[in-house]
Design a protein around this ligand. Structure first.
Ligand SMILES: [Zn+2]
Length: 78
């Protein structure tokens, strides 16, 4: 069982929300969250976006979406 990279984590987020990760991948996913505040923040922002939109954004993996989420996070913290 190898550690996820941040890139892999981001790519798994959509599957995570859709409940498509197997038990081993979910364990690695949760482990990465615990170790990586940036990805934890990304996941929470995605969760909020998904609940607001009622669906997973199609462009959820794009850099534009990530920067939108990160700037939204900065606004919240202000
Ligand atoms: Zn990470």
């Amino acid at each position: 069982m190898s550690d996820l990279t941040c890139q892999e984590f981001v790519e798994l987020v959509t599957d995570y929300f859709e409940g498509e990760l197997d038990a081993e991948t979910t364990a690695r996913f949760d482990e990465h969250r615990a170790l990586c505040p940036g990805c934890e923040t990304y996941l929470l922002q995605m969760k909020e976006t998904v609940s607001r939109l009622g669906e997973i954004p199609v462009e959820s993996l794009s850099e534009e979406m990530q920067s939108t989420l990160l700037s939204a996070f900065r606004d919240v913290r202000r």
